[in-house]
Design a protein around this ligand. Sequence first.
Ligand code: ZN
Length: 478
Amino acid sequence: MRSFTGARGGMQTLTNRKRVVSVVMMALMSAANICAQDSATTGKTTEKNAAPASARETTKKQQDTPPQTSRVEANSAEQVSTEQYTLSHERYEKAVAYSRAGYTLYFFYYFLGAIVLFLILRLGVAAKFRDIAENVSDKRWIQALVFVPLLFLTIDLLDLPVSIYWHALSRRYEQSIQGWGSWLSDWMKREFLRMGFAFVIILILFAVMRRSPRRWWLYFWFPTVLILLGLIVVTPLVIDPMFNKFEPLNKRYPDLVASIEKLTEHAGVPIPAEQMFLMMASEKTNAINAYVTGLGASKRVVIWDTTLQKTSRDEALFIVGHELGHYVLGHVRRGFFMGAAGLLFALYFLFRGLQWALDRWGKDWKIRGQEDWAAFVVLLLLLQMLLFCSSPVINGLSRMEEHAADIYGLEVIHGLVPNSEEVAAHAFQILGELDLSDPNPPEFITFWLYSHPPLADRLVFAHTYDPWAKGESPKYVK
Ligand SMILES: [Zn+2]
């Protein structure tokens, strides 16, 4: 999905992407994630909160506090304006501490995940699970029905402490307000989804492998692309409502829908009111966000209720404008095509990697060949490594799209919203405060983890983007 705010790189990305599932599951999920959603801000999706009441005050207060974040010199004589992302001392410390914890956990989580998979192979646990499955029945599908839950519950229970720690941290930093019971119930739902999905994938994969031991990577690609497409279409309709409540935006905010319609007329691309939804995020989080998701009949713009509670109407319009950018520029569709291409590459890599690993360690791990259920764990490990290494590429592409959507948002509200650059810049300021965006992320972290440009850069860009004054033609909205 394309959202307004991204996982500031850290754990949020993980929580989405890394909810690893099965070989392709993981790739599919990450691909679906890449394509389907898009948040407007920085990249986080899970939790960030901030003392909501104080948001405005802090913003005003920032005038007395020396800016701690600034990267750009103030541009002279403007009135009171949001030229830089600035935080009060207390929020600055929190934003830095919370962000750093997220980065650290991200790397740690990947590392831990790889170690867990490696140990499952090395200690013969994978082979053991295969034996159990094969002893239960001669039918392949029943074997898979035993093998998949054994494997996934083991992996996910070993990962669970890290997830718990992250949730505790988000609660401590007042990002998440989700209670443990609700959190656990979400975890279990995801677990069921993941296992169900893995079951389907593994059955198809092994059937294809047996039929075509040397070409399975190609033949398996076709069903996975279909599944990916199906996921993008179905997720907003079936899976998202399992975790959050949605309602038509029209129901509570008809005036906002009317304003959005003006925006879309301005853009020349009307979006029907039925494709705009409100998500009740406030039950679980203090963070603000919005995203575009779905394809075909499920294509939609979704705004978190927190966003509308904590920003001014004009600021919300800018955030919606950013989402319209993704919608109009076809980022979800493009994400699908890139995901499909990436999948083909990934499957070929898995094919070669599996041969290589089994030649070397197959005996040690008691794996008989690629058709052995236990070989699935090798695929998971390889996929994990591939996903990790492709993170800079995926995020680099995402940052380009996010920047384009920012430009679109700025252009689409220009002329409709008074003082639109300031409105946009201030929207980023609010977002940063509430979501505790890192004021100054290390360059390497941005390169590796950020699905959105750093907030401070986005804010400064918004504040200074003005092709109209220079007599240039705007890029997207003429
Ligand atoms: Zn976006």
